[in-house]
Design a protein around this ligand. Structure first.
Ligand code: AHM
Ligand code: MG
Length: 333
């Protein structure tokens, strides 16, 4: 049995020499995850379901548990001497914390919040950078806007039938399961690889008529292939990015949330949703694009910018990008 803490200490040399900064940040993340997991399991018994009555910077109604998770992570990271600043889906601006910290942390404290009230899995997503502004001064916007390839660690926590923490530091993807009896995350998924076969697909097609013509044609082609395939692909989608992505990571599947004519930028956020998932995908052997370019190569302009997102086995993503680049309308088939 290997605990998350032990695993990080063993791997620490790869990351940060012996300062222990990374272990401390991950320890805070895992402590937050344990507490959120505890609150979620009792939410319907303790009055923690439902809306808080406020609207966040995204224009979305804040759930009580969104607020609780956000407040918890802000408290944890504000007390961490290695964290110079943080950015959250729930906060309009980044928050400068310890000027002597060397890292900044971005997170979506509780992703998939429309699923909280119905007991469907939700998640936390995180992304960590080494700051580029001088240590000793308050962190700056540029620390958060370095681009996906500059991430030094990224991952997610899935609050599902068990609580799982998956992360990468660029040395593969490793997954841990919370053992509630011990209060520890134990290594259960070392060196995760996404199966090359695309057995599943996950997307919400309620705006399909607004997608690029080539993408509509891809979906038509996908259904046509499935009609004759010996092993047709199956649809799986619950509307929690972490849960949908996690399933596809382990089973081999495509996740997409494209842009539409009205919202070409899509729904999901580049910095604390797309970049971390894209890095995990690449580290697990898959591909991550916005339909044209690798997600990790897209420049970051602001903390809350949105991006179309396609994650999955390389062959399926290549097929999509070909359909998108040809962009032939469905009608001409
Ligand atoms: P949230 O960050 O406000 O929870 O929204 C993001 C979620 C993702 O988890 C999920 O992939 C997507 O929204 C689902 O959107 P839709 O309901 O349009 O399918
Ligand atoms: Mg989210």
């Amino acid at each position: 049995m290997v605990t998350l803490e032990q695993f990080i200490v063993d791997k620490q040399q790869e990351f940060e020499g012996a300062s222990g900064a990374f272990s401390k940040i991950l320890r805070d993340l895992s402590l937050g995850a344990k507490l959120i997991s505890f609150y979620l399991r009792r939410a319907s018994l303790t009055g923690l379901l439902g809306e808080l009555g406020l609207t966040n910077i995204q224009g979305e109604s804040v759930q009580k548990l969104d607020h609780l998770a956000n407040t918890l992570f802000i408290r944890l990271f504000s007390q961490n001497p290695h964290v110079a600043g943080l950015a959250s889906e729930e906060e309009e601006h980044f928050i400068a914390t310890n000027p002597h910290g060397k890292y900044v942390v971005l997170f979506d404290p509780l992703d998939g919040s429309s699923n909280i009230d119905v007991g469907v899995p939700v998640g936390t997503i995180f992304s960590i950078y080494r700051r580029v502004s001088p240590v000793g001064s308050p962190c700056e916007a540029r620390d958060f806007l370095q681009g996906g390839r500059a991430q030094v660690a990224a991952g997610y926590v899935l609050y599902g039938t068990s609580t799982l923490l998956f992360y990468t530091t660029g040395q593969g993807v490793h997954g841990f399961t919370l053992e509630p009896a011990a209060g520890e995350f134990l290594l259960t998924y070392p060196q995760v690889q996404m199966p090359a076969q695309c057995a599943f697909y996950s997307f919400n097609d309620n705006q399909l008529h607004e997608w690029a013509p080539g993408l509509q044609r891809y979906v038509q082609d996908l259904h046509a292939r499935n009609r004759t395939a010996a092993k047709p692909q199956s649809l799986r989608y619950v509307g929690s990015l972490v849960a949908d992505f996690h399933r596809n990571l382990l089973k081999g599947g495509l996740f997409m949330y494209p842009g539409t004519v009205k919202k070409p930028e899509g729904k999901l956020r580049l910095l604390y949703e797309a970049y971390p998932m894209a890095w995990l995908t690449e580290q697990a052997g898959g591909k991550a694009t916005d339909g044209q370019k690798p997600i990790l190569d897209l420049p970051a302009q602001n903390i809350h910018q949105r991006v179309p997102l396609f994650l999955g086995p390389a062959e399926e993503i290549n097929r999509i990008t070909t359909f998108l680049s040809e962009n032939v309308p469905v009608e001409t088939l």
